[in-house]
Design a protein around this ligand. Structure first.
Ligand code: ATP
Ligand code: MG
Length: 604
């Protein structure tokens, strides 16, 4: 997939209206912090106390100046008491704030840990259809980067903002108490800042959103390049990919830059200017009063306290606006995580029946991945327990799709597929997966040891693992690896040949001793000689295990109890090899003769 194929979900979230972003982000945060609600409230309460204590400093200064500093009423004990009081309050405030912020930071970290676990667990339970559309790099970035950005939302943004708002309110309250008219002048700053933030938002939001989109694209391209490396190198596409990456990277840099420019040109200068303007205004008002009132009654201390408080109002507002772009980014991230969490999980099976004998019955099964584009039409099949069914048909005829439905990777019409009489959807998940084995068309191995790749976390003894490996003809090549069963196989089993991967996948399916075994082109990359060995192992299961095998190489299913020929999603023919060969000019007969011709033409 080209990297332009932006995840539609993500793009939709990024352009969602702001209130939706906000409610999405808020609901995620609330949910994550819910188990520690008390902790949050206590932390916030102590922050309020700290802010109030802090607001006492300038007040003490005001009393000192207005009441005790004039020579005629300089009272040393009172001055000392005020100074010590202010000092203690200031220290207590700092200490409290430090304690509470670290408490809230711990809480944030734990919340993020919870979110990340929830998101990963959720992704594991999503239905297979979700992954048809998903772009791996973006999904990975959702679980790692986006949850990390949510931490920023907590630690840096929310707490800095919360702290700032509390300090701001403390300062405004103290000013109100000292002189409400002057306080009103200072308070005009608040709406001005709100205006500045709105303007800043309008200027920077597109750039911030674009930057995030581009970053997701960078991730996606990286992931795609790594998994497709052999193809990129072989088709000499690396320079083109390099260039595309460089272009994306440049665009990302530019959008970050323009967001930064809005910050540098708008926020800081406006606030600095407002600071100076306010101090000038307050001094001017004082000057006007001074003309009419005697200096002693003027309360120079109030002026001192006000100038001090103006700093305390401007600073939190600056902090809030400075954090705003981060807040915006983090909200986009949180909303994306929340969107992912809102994806419906695969339904949990009701646990109403069991796989016992392994009989499968399919009745009037239709299926379409996309509405209006049917893939399977009116499939009817009765597969007796312990029998061996072969499914053949041209590429794209719907063979793997049929298996996916039997494995309930996609939901079939209720009741159209039954196993031992129970609708597939109603068999308990653990039981279902334990009883049904799959060797998929594309073998998938974990970056773990050969042993673990066969055992797959099931508690199997070494003897069981080895028996399965022997049956699948995998034992010999595993023993030839440097550490035998303990050899790590590299990501996706990169250290093995494709045929060897298939043999391991067969061993894995056999090791679970399933009742029903599905094989999708399980031996397509294995030489004919080895295939015969594997075939013998499968034949030995006959009567005990129901086997449904898809094969292009017809020799694989020649011995099947019944062979089903799919053609454009319909069952075209079905019968034993002999019966199908007897149909003159039938699909199966033609395919078989064609393959025989090819076989004869092959040298050796
Ligand atoms: P092959 O022999 O190549 O493995 P197949 O018979 O297994 O082919 P399927 O994989 O079942 O074919 O695909 C049947 C049809 O369904 C194809 O036309 C394919 O394009 C379509 N299809 C398969 N998977 C999906 C999917 N996840 N979303 C949409 N369409 C799909
Ligand atoms: Mg297939």
């Amino acid at each position: 997939m080209p990297s332009e194929a932006l995840d539609l979900n993500a793009a939709a979230t990024e352009r969602a209206p702001r209130h939706a972003l906000f409610s999405d982000a808020a609901s995620l945060l609330l949910r994550a912090a819910a188990p520690e609600r008390r902790e949050v409230l206590v932390g916030v309460a102590w922050l309020v106390v700290a802010a109030l204590l802090e607001a006492c400093g300038p007040l003490a200064g005001k009393y000192l100046i207005d009441n005790y500093l004039l020579p005629r009423n300089a009272q040393i004990p009172a001055i000392a008491a005020l100074l010590i009081g202010a000092l203690v309050a200031g220290m207590a405030a700092s200490w409290l704030r430090y304690l509470q912020l670290s408490r809230l930071a711990g809480l944030a970290m734990r919340s993020v840990r919870r979110i990340r676990e929830t998101v990963y667990g959720h992704v594991l339970r999503l239905p297979m259809s979700f992954f048809d559309q998903a772009i791996i790099g973006q999904l990975v970035s959702r679980v790692t980067n986006d949850t990390e950005a949510v931490k920023t939302l907590y630690v840096q943004v929310l707490f800095v903002m919360l702290d700032s708002v509390i300090v701001l309110c403390g300062a405004l309250a103290a000013m109100l108490w000292l002189d409400w008219r002057l306080m009103l002048i200072v308070a005009t700053l608040v709406p001005v800042v709100v205006l500045v933030i709105v303007a800043y938002q309008a200027l920077s939001a597109p750039a911030v959103t674009r930057a995030r989109e581009l970053r997701a694209e960078l991730n996606a391209q990286m992931a795609e390049s790594i998994s497709g490396m052999p193809v990129l190198q072989a088709s000499n596409a690396t320079p083109r990919f390099n260039q595309r990456f460089a272009d994306l990277n440049e665009a990302h840099y530019q959008s970050r830059q323009s967001a930064l420019r809005a910050n540098a040109w708008l926020l800081r200068p406006v606030l600095d200017f407002m600071n100076v303007l306010l101090v000038a205004l307050v001094m001017w008002v004082f000057g006007r009063r001074g003309e009419s009132v005697a200096l002693t009654a003027l309360q120079v201390g109030v002026l001192y306290a006000f100038i001090n408080y103006i700093g305390r109002v401007v600073e939190p507002l600056t902090q809030i606006t400075m954090q705003f772009s981060q807040l915006q980014q983090a909200m986009v991230s949180a909303a994306r995580v929340n969107t992912l969490l809102k994806e419906a999980e695969a339904p949990v099976a009701a646990d109403q029946g069991q796989v016992t004998a392994g009989g499968i019955s399919i009745e009037r099964l239709d299926f379409a991945y996309l509405p209006g584009r049917p893939v399977l039409h009116d499939i009817n099949l009765e597969i007796a327990p312990g029998s061996f069914y072969g499914i053949v048909g041209h590429t794209g005829s719907g063979k793997s799709t049929l298996l996916s439905l039997l494995l309930r990777f996609y939901p079939a019409r209720p009741g159209s597929i039954r196993i031992d009489g129970t609708p597939v959807g109603a068999i308990g998940e653990d039981h279902f997966r334990a009883r049904i084995g799959l060797v998929p068309q594309e073998p998938f191995l974990l970056a773990e040891s050969a042993r673990e790749n066969i055992a797959m976390g099931r508690s199997l003894t070494d003897a069981q693992v080895e028996a399965a490996a022997r049956a699948a003809h995998a034992h010999d090549f595993i023993m030839a690896l440097e550490a035998g069963y303990e050899t790590p196989l590299g990501e996706g089993g990169a250290r093995l040949s494709v045929g060897q991967k298939q043999l391991l996948a067969i061993a894995r399916a056999l090791a679970g001793e399933p009742r029903i075994l599905f094989l999708d082109e399980a031996t397509s990359h294995i030489d004919s000689e080895t295939e015969q060995v594997v075939q013998r192992a499968l034949t030995a299961l006959r009567g005990r295990v129901t086997i449904v095998a898809i094969a292009h190489r017809l020799s694989t299913v020649r011995a099947a109890d019944r062979i089903v020929v799919l053609n454009h999603g319909r069952i075209a023919e079905s019968g034993t090899h002999g019966e199908l060969m007897a149909i003159d000019n039938g699909l199966y007969q033609r395919l078989y003769l064609l393959q025989q011709l090819e076989g004869e033409a092959e040298p050796g």
